[in-house]
Design a protein around this ligand. Structure first.
Ligand SMILES: C[S@@+](CC[C@H](N)C(=O)[O-])C[C@H]1O[C@@H](n2cnc3c(N)ncnc32)[C@H](O)[C@@H]1O
Length: 295
């Protein structure tokens, strides 16, 4: 599909041309994406795009818009094109080294906060597979006395998480480290959260167009989608303080097997929380209130 923008186009004409092009490429969010791309090409806000439709596009902006459109028509996610994604009302930097934070993952943040009635408690939080840091940073933004550690196996993702913590003024309350789940950790935590890779390898053979751009490490959950849970749940059980809280994002249909893994590691499953579409999206569990006596 050839992607062109006419020199001398107004913003209104560029918007409708972009929207039509994205619709033809099968993109459901064509109208919204068109506004964002035109705003990015012009270096102005979406609000200004809407308020000033008669403004004309400079030749430079036209060239930039055509380049951005080409990427979107190839189904590159908007977050990679813009380098940004909003999550829990936080403006986060996103790069191809990180999963694009999903609105569904806000379910995990809300479910964790529901279990933490004292928002001013000095909690320590651990985030396995932190990616952009979205889960950890969202929790820290709501829990002003909490501190947090984000672990990821991927160094480039950790750079993004550090950058996000800095931009949000949370560097002083965060630490990020490269590692394999909890393998190199020994301190204990009040809260552990994770959105691990949970798509079965077979389901990635023909991924949805946007998924092709996202890091395999962030998606591939092994043959049955549960490999990461098998690896990280025993680490979480070891690292949680007595009565500590574990919240794990899950894929559709994974609640029962993940709860079985939690119970097998001595954790007590609490409940399953659903996302806005009604899909079971995360499981919650607690460590025992007092460690078991070793006999
Ligand atoms: C589904 S992404 C989640 C990213 C982010 N927490 C979010 O919710 O958007 C999973 C993350 O786990 C990381 N990861 C994969 N295998 C890992 C491992 N063995 N140890 C630590 N992190 C791992 C990936 O690099 C990726 O950043």
């Amino acid at each position: 599909m050839s992607v062109t923008v006419e020199t001398g186009d107004t913003v209104a004409a560029a918007l409708s041309g972009t929207r039509r092009m994205l619709q033809a490429a099968g993109i459901d969010s064509a109208a919204l994406d068109a506004r964002l791309l035109v705003a990015a090409a012009l270096g102005i806000t979406v609000e200004t795009v809407i308020a000033w439709p008669e403004r004309s596009l400079t030749p430079d902006a036209g060239v930039r818009l055509a380049a951005l459109m080409r990427r979107r028509v190839a189904r590159e996610p908007m977050a990679y094109i813009l380098g940004r994604r909003e999550f829990w009302s936080l403006d986060l930097v996103v790069t191809p080294a990180t999963l694009t934070p999903r609105p569904d993952s806000e379910t995990l943040v809300a479910a964790a906060l529901d279990e933490l009635p004292d928002r001013h408690a000095p909690l320590s939080i651990l985030d396995f597979g932190t990616g952009t840091g979205c889960l950890l940073l969202a929790l820290l933004s709501e829990l002003p006395a909490a501190t947090g550690t984000g672990v990821d196996i991927d160094r480039a993702a950790l750079d993004v998480a550090r950058q996000n913590a800095f931009r949000l003024g949370l560097t002083g309350r965060t630490g990020f480290m490269q590692g394999e789940w909890g393998l190199s950790l020994s301190e204990s935590f009040d809260v552990i959260v994770s959105n691990p890779p949970y798509i079965a390898t077979g389901d990635l053979a023909a991924p949805a167009p946007e998924l092709r751009f996202e890091p395999r490490l962030a998606l591939d959950g092994g043959a049955d989608g549960l490999s990461a849970y098998r690896a990280l749940i025993p680490d979480a059980a070891r690292l949680l303080r007595p009565d500590g809280l574990l919240v794990l994002e899950i894929g559709a249909g994974q609640a029962v097997p993940v709860q079985a893994l939690l119970a097998a590691s001595g954790l007590t499953p609490l409940r399953v929380s659903r996302d806005l579409a009604g899909v079971e999206r995360c499981v919650l569990a607690r460590a025992r209130a007092y460690p078991q006596e070793v006999t």
